[in-house]
Design a protein around this ligand. Structure first.
Ligand code: GRF
Length: 201
């Protein structure tokens, strides 16, 4: 049996992708990165992937209907024999078609303690709401926004002098740590999903 194959989907900076790629390179994630796909031709993460010598593919989403687009992405993932899809700042909702093709094999990272502050600008939402603790969550992806069963979370304190930028940076350091933890949990297959609960076995 060969190594499990990861497919990374991103739209922007790609720091979570880099954290995963670093850990793959170090042998801290027992898998290989089969492909990095961006919907945004200008994503910095795409360039970072090419720089690392990884297969990097742009599939532009602009003006395309959701499922038509998702069929292209799924075809590319299947062509590369991807086992596990990691959304890493991929700024799109997935269609039911996509979810069905990779049932319980799609992860996402969100910069808040879900179910608090789903959607865009979660760090700003947390700061403006006045919570004292926020964090990040890695969860399975379903048809809904930031909604599937949660694999790993990390808590981060909100300080009185925080700005969106300082808070985001503190959360991001934890994102980079827990995404690898979640990928390794899924690869180990040492869990089961009971309703909304991911239970380690
Ligand atoms: C991260 O904050 C992640 O939680 C959110 O989008 C951002 C992506 O950052 N989903 P990067 O592209 O991984 O640097």
């Amino acid at each position: 049996m060969g190594m499990k194959r990861l497919g990374i989907l991103l739209s922007g900076r790609g720091s979570n992708f880099e954290a995963i790629a670093d850990n793959v390179a170090k042998g801290a994630i027992p898998a290989e990165i089969a492909v990095v796909i961006s919907n945004n031709p200008h994503a910095a993460g795409l360039e970072k992937a090419r720089h690392r010598g990884l297969p990097a593919v742009c599939i532009p989403s602009k003006g395309m209907e959701r499922e038509v687009y998702d069929r292209l992405v799924v075809a590319e993932l299947q062509r590369r024999q991807v086992d596990l899809v990691c959304l890493a700042g991929f700024m799109r909702l997935l269609s039911a078609y996509f979810i069905q093709q990779f049932r319980d094999r799609i992860l996402n990272i969100h910069p808040a303690l879900l179910p608090a502050f789903p959607g865009l600008e979660a760090q700003r939402q947390a700061l403006e709401h006045g919570v004292k603790i926020t964090g990040c969550s890695v969860h399975f992806v379903d048809e809904y926004l930031d909604a599937g069963p949660i694999l790993v979370q990390a808590a981060v304190e909100v300080r009185d002098d925080d700005t969106v930028d300082t808070l985001s940076a503190r959360i991001l350091a934890q994102e980079h740590r827990i995404y690898t933890e979640a990928v390794n949990l899924v690869l180990s297959e040492r869990f089961r999903i009971e309703g909304r609960r991911v239970i380690r076995t």
